[in-house]
Design a protein around this ligand. Sequence first.
Ligand code: HEM
Length: 126
Amino acid sequence: MKRLPLAFFSAAALCVTTGMAWGIYMGSKQDFTLAPAHAHLNLVGWASLALMGTFYALSGKGGRLGWLNFILSSGAVVVMIPFLAVMLGGKPTAEPGVIAGSILAILGMLTFLFNVLSTWREVEAA
Ligand code: HEM
C-alpha cells in the first residue's frame, strides 16, 4: 500500500478510537451535551477520511493534490472538533474556530472531488 492511503487510514482509525472512547464517556456520565461533536469526529474524521483513503488505495492516485486533500481534510478535524466541543459546552466565542474548521473541511472535499473526477481521464472504457 502507498503512503497516502495509509496516512488517511491512520488518521481515520485515530479519530474513531477517540470518538468511541468519547461516546463511552458520554454514556457513562449520561451527559450528551457534546454528542454533535462526537458525531462529527466520527463522521468527518472516521467515515470521510476512510472513504477517501479507500479511493486513493483503489485508484493508486497520489501526488501533491492527494496530499493536499489529506492535509485539508485531517486538518479540518483537528480544528473543527475542539472548537465545536467548546462552543457546545457554552462558549459561543468559539464559533469562528468551527467556521474555520468547516471551511477546511469543504476545501478538502473539493480537492477530493477534483481528484475523483480527474481520474475519468485515466480509465479505459469498459
Ligand atoms: C464505542 C462506540 C460509540 C459509542 C459508545 C457512542 C455513543 C454515543 C452516544 C452516547 C450518543 C448520544 C446519544 C444521545 O444523544 O442520546 C451518540 C450520538 C451519536 N453518535 Fe455515537 N457512539 C459510538 C460510535 C459512533 C460512530 C462510529 C459513529 C459514526 C460513524 C457515531 C455517530 C453518532 C451520531 C451521528 C450521533 C448523534 C449525534 C446527535 O444527536 O447530535 N457514533 N453516540
